[in-house]
Design a binder for this molecule. Structure first.
Ligand SMILES: *Cc1c(COP(=O)(O)O)cnc(C)c1O
Length: 379
C-alpha cells in the first residue's frame, strides 16, 4: 500500500467555506432561502454571462433535472437519454412523470449517439437530454439542430460541465434548459445543490415556483425577507429550494473556480493524457481539452484487462471508478432487456482515474507509472 492516501474524488473546502457558513449563522441567522441564494444566483449569472432571472438554484442536481423536465414537458412524454449516465438523469424523468428512453452512446466520446437517438423518436418524444460526459461539451455542435429538426426540447445534463465553454460561450450561456450539479465532488460544490439555467421566461417562472411547493411568486417574497400568506397554488410543487448555508459555500467555491480549481483539474487531466497517449491497450476519450474543466477523467482499457487492472491499482493504493453502469441494465429501467452495444462495451472498458484539486502532480505521475507497469504485467 502506498502512503499517498489518494482519493478518487473529494470536496475541496476549508477555512473560506467555513467562514462563509459562520457568517450566515452569526450575522444573518436566517438559514433558509434568502439573500445568500439571491446573490449566488446573481453571481452564477454573471459568471455565465446571462441575466439573473435565468438562474434558479435548487437543493440538488437531480432536483434541477426533475424541475426542468416537469416544467417544460407534458406528462407521459418520452425523453431521449444516453444510457451511460448517472442514474439521476433517469430518475429525474420518472419523477416528472415522463418516460426515459435509453439511447446508445459514441464509442470515442461516451456522448449520446444522435443516429441511435433518432431511431427512437416517436410521436410522444418531447425532449432530448444530452449529458456532457466527462465535461465534454462537443455535442452542442449538433444537439440543437437535431432538436430543431425533430421539434424537441433540449434539457442539458451539464452536471459535469460547470465552467466549460463551447465556441467561446459558457455552457449555460446559450441553448434551451441547462442543469448543473453542485454536489460535493463536482467542479464547484454548495454541499449539495444544483441550478437550472434557461432563457425561457415561462420555464424560469415555473421552476422558481416549483422549488417552493409552487406557491406563486414565493421566490421574490423570500428574497425581500417576506413570506406569502395568501398565495395561490396551481401546480404540483416540491421543497427543492437552496438554503443560505449552501449558497454561502457555493459563492465561495465560485470565487475559487477559475484561479484555483480549473487550472489544477486541467493540468492533471492533461498530464494523464500526455503520459497515457501512446500506451498500448489504453485509449483516451476524444475531446478538445482547451475549453473544459474536467470533472472526471475516464480512459478506456482495451483487451479485457479492465478488471485485473482495477484490482492491481487498488492493491497499489489507487482507487478508481466506473462511470456509469448503463441505466438500461438497471432493474427499474428494463434490467438489460434492451441491448445497447456501445454502452455495454464501454462499461467493460472505462476506468475513471483519480482527479480533484487535492491531488499533487506527483500523484498523477505515480498513478500513470503504476498503471503502465501493471498493464505490462497483464500482457
Ligand atoms: C452528479 C450528477 C447528477 C446529479 O446531481 P446531484 O447534485 O448529485 O443530484 C446528474 N447527472 C450527472 C451526469 C451527474 O454526474
Amino acid at each position: 500500500m502506498s502512503s499517498r492516501n489518494i482519493r478518487l474524488s473529494r470536496s475541496i473546502v476549508g477555512k473560506l467555506e467555513s467562514e462563509a457558513v459562520s457568517n450566515v449563522i452569526e450575522q444573518s441567522g436566517y438559514l433558509g432561502m434568502g439573500d445568500e441564494v439571491r446573490l449566488f444566483e446573481a453571481e452564477i449569472a454573471e459568471y455565465l454571462g446571462v441575466e439573473p432571472w435565468m438562474v434558479t438554484c435548487v437543493s440538488t442536481g437531480t432536483a434541477a433535472l426533475h424541475l426542468a423536465l416537469e416544467c417544460s414537458l407534458p406528462a407521459d412524454s418520452e425523453v431521449l437519454i444516453p444510457s451511460l449516465t448517472f442514474v439521476a438523469s433517469f430518475q429525474a424523468a420518472l419523477q416528472a412523470n415522463l418516460k426515459p428512453i435509453a439511447c446508445d452512446v459514441n464509442l470515442d466520446t461516451g456522448l449520446l449517439d444522435l443516429a441511435d437517438a433518432q431511431q427512437r423518436i416517436t410521436p410522444n418524444t418531447g425532449a432530448v437530454m444530452p449529458v456532457h460526459y466527462a465535461s465534454n461539451p462537443a455535442l452542442c455542435e449538433y444537439i440543437y439542430d437535431f432538436a430543431k429538426r425533430h421539434e424537441l426540447r433540449v434539457i442539458e445534463d451539464a452536471a459535469h460541465a460547470f465552467g466549460c465553454s463551447f465556441n467561446g460561450k459558457k455552457i449555460g450561456a446559450f441553448g434551451d434548459i441547462v442543469c448543473f450539479s453542485f454536489d460535493g465532488i463536482k467542479n464547484i460544490t454548495s454541499g449539495e445543490g444544483g441550478a437550472i439555467v434557461t432563457s425561457d421566461r415561462e420555464v424560469a417562472r415555473l421552476v422558481k415556483d416549483a422549488r417552493l411547493l409552487s406557491v406563486e411568486n414565493d421566490t421574490e417574497k423570500r428574497f425581500q425577507g417576506k413570506r406569502s400568506w395568501d398565495p395561490d397554488v396551481k401546480r404540483r410543487g416540491w421543497r427543492y429550494h437552496m438554503s443560505n448555508i449552501m449558497a454561502a459555500i457555493g459563492r465561495t467555491q465560485l470565487r475559487r473556480l477559475d484561479g484555483e480549481f480549473a487550472p489544477a483539474r486541467r493540468e492533471m487531466a492533461n498530464l494523464y493524457r500526455k503520459r497515457l497517449a501512446q500506451v498500448p491497450g489504453v485509449e483516451l476519450l476524444k475531446m478538445d481539452m482547451q475549453n473544459i474543466i474536467p470533472h472526471i477523467h475516464p480512459v478506456r482499457i482495451l483487451g479485457g484487462k479492465l478488471k485485473p487492472l482495477t484490482g492491481m491499482l487498488e492493491q497499489a493504493g489507487i482507487p478508481t471508478g466506473s462511470h456509469y453502469k448503463p441505466n438500461h441494465q438497471l432493474t427499474l429501467f428494463g434490467g438489460g432487456k434492451q441491448h445497447l452495444p456501445v454502452s455495454e462495451q464501454l462499461i467493460g472498458e472505462l476506468l475513471t482515474l483519480p482527479l480533484h484539486p487535492g491531488l499533487k502532480m506527483e500523484d498523477i505521475e505515480f498513478i500513470c507509472a503504476t498503471l503502465i507497469e501493471a498493464l505490462g504485467k497483464l500482457k
